[in-house]
Each structure stands twice: as structure tokens, then as C-alpha cells.
Design a protein around this ligand. Structure first.
Ligand code: HPA
Length: 268
């Protein structure tokens, strides 16, 4: 049996009637979303064939199924990063499982560095486009015409508009811009950030882009929000570290959670 079928069988056993509307991937420090899920069923990744084994502190390892308001959500608390294993396709099977559960929308969250002086730590940025030139495309090795994914509109404008609307209602500033995927795990150098700025990047991070590409192939409508945890390298005197990312993620995650909960509460 394929990993996807085997994972679906485990899910069907634990949550026989569950059907997802929206899938959500939580980034560093975003675990708090899970507390707002009602009728929650928690399944450890360890019990789901093909799901990642997170090695990064701050990334739980659970799939949580339940409801937020009227919306049925499947939440991945923790993701796989390219830098953990050297494979950019590690989220392929989990995303297929989420799609099989019925999810049509995928909302990705991440922690990121900002290249915009005005988007300071604690702020949020809606990702409207991305730069994926520094790591391998997750679809390398796939066969079939559907590997040639159209990337003209990588992030869904309607979901983005909805998230902007919700943020405005809450009075939470929501920047928007282009996210550059760098493989990590070392942070970028100041020269790399200057180069990325010339290329058009507004934020930089180590995730999300491979998932976006895999999800677009599967037909998901994708939205993504960065939780800005620092100004990018060379823009401030603060030394960058994972501890700093986790600490600063707490600031923005409270607002990101508010936006997501209200967005879901108003959906449908
Ligand atoms: N660079 C890359 N990834 C990140 C950063 C950064 O500055 N901050 C949080 N994740």
C-alpha cells in the first residue's frame, strides 16, 4: 500500500466522518492555533506513513483534525524543511493526504526575515509571489504533463483579499510581498540579502515554497503568511538564531492566530 493510502486508512479509523475544507501548515511558534480547534482529533506523525519527523524545535509533529467555526480544518503542526534531509519533496505525501481528505484551500504559515525596513519583527506579511531559485524544485523526477505547473498565480488572490479584509477588521497591519526561499539552515549573509533585494524579495525564509509548488500541482488554492521574526541579515545589529526566531514568533503569532480564527469564523 502507498504511504498516502496507508495514512488515509489510519485517519479514517480515528476520524471516520472527517472531511476537510481547509488545510493549514503551521510554522515555527504557531502551535497555538491548535488550541482553538474544537472536536479536535490529534494524530502523531509517527503514526502516519509518509509524514515528516520534525527535527526542529518549535515544530510539533501532529496532524490535528477538527473545526474552527463552521470550517473543517486539517492542521499540520510541524513541517519538513529541505535543510533537514536534502529533499524538497518531503511534504508531497502529506499534502496529497490533505487533498484526499477534501481540502481545497491550503494556508501556509512560516517565520521569515523581512527585507522591508517598515515590516519589523512582530509584523505579518501576506505572500503574493515567491522566488524559488536556490533549492531544487520539488517536482524534479516527477513524470507526466502535470509536473509542468503553471506558476503565473502561485498564491490565490481571493483568499489573500479575504485575509487582508479580516486583518483590517481587526486593526492588524498586514504587509504583502514576495518571499524568497533560501535553503538554510544557516541564515543569509548581508550580501545575499542585498542581492535578494535587487531580485525583488520582501521576505526571506527556509520553507513554504516547495509546499506551494507541490500544492499547486495538486490543485490546491494556496495562501501563505509570514510571521516576521527579524529584519534580514545586515539590516539590524541583532544576531540571528533559532532561539531568536522562536522568541519573536510569539509576537506575530498571536495576531496571525486572531486573523486565521476570524477568517475561518466568517468563512462559508
Ligand atoms: N532568514 C531565513 N529564514 C528565516 C529568517 C531569516 O532571516 N527568519 C526566520 N526564518
Amino acid at each position: 500500500m502507498s504511504n498516502v493510502k496507508a495514512a488515509l486508512a489510519v485517519i479514517k479509523q480515528m476520524a471516520p466522518a472527517f472531511n476537510a475544507d481547509v488545510a493549514l501548515v503551521l510554522g515555527s511558534g504557531m502551535g497555538g492555533v491548535v488550541d482553538a480547534i474544537s472536536e479536535a482529533i490529534h494524530i502523531n506523525y509517527a503514526d502516519l506513513p509518509g509524514f515528516p519527523r520534525p527535527t526542529v524545535e518549535g515544530h510539533g509533529g501532529k496532524l490535528v483534525l477538527g473545526r474552527i467555526g463552521a470550517v473543517s480544518v486539517a492542521v499540520m503542526q510541524g513541517r519538513a524543511h529541505y535543510y533537514e534531509h536534502g529533499r524538497s519533496d518531503l511534504m508531497a505525501e502529506p499534502l496529497e493526504v490533505l487533498r484526499e481528505l477534501g481540502a481545497g484551500q491550503l494556508i501556509l504559515t512560516n517565520a521569515a526575515g523581512s527585507l522591508l525596513a517598515e515590516a519589523t519583527p512582530g509584523n505579518l506579511m501576506l505572500i503574493t509571489d515567491h522566488i524559488s531559485l536556490f533549492g531544487p524544485n520539488p517536482l524534479i523526477g516527477y513524470h507526466g504533463a502535470d509536473r509542468f505547473v503553471d506558476m503565473n498565480v502561485p498564491y490565490d488572490p481571493e483568499i489573500g483579499a479575504g485575509l487582508h479584509h479580516t486583518a483590517a477588521e481587526l486593526g492588524v497591519p498586514l504587509f504583502e510581498g514576495t518571499y524568497a526561499w533560501c535553503t538554510g539552515p544557516s541564515f543569509e549573509t548581508p550580501a545575499e540579502i542585498r542581492a535578494l533585494r535587487v531580485m525583488g524579495a520582501d521576505a526571506v525564509g527556509m520553507s513554504t515554497v516547495p509546499e506551494n509548488i507541490l500544492a499547486r500541482r495538486l490543485g490546491f488554492r494556496v495562501a501563505a503568511i509570514s510571521n516576521i521574526t527579524n529584519l534580514a541579515a545586515g539590516m539590524s545589529k541583532t544576531a540571528l538564531s533559532h532561539e531568536q526566531t522562536l522568541e519573536m514568533a510569539k509576537e506575530g503569532s498571536a495576531n496571525l492566530i486572531r486573523i486565521l480564527l476570524r477568517y475561518f469564523a466568517q468563512a462559508r
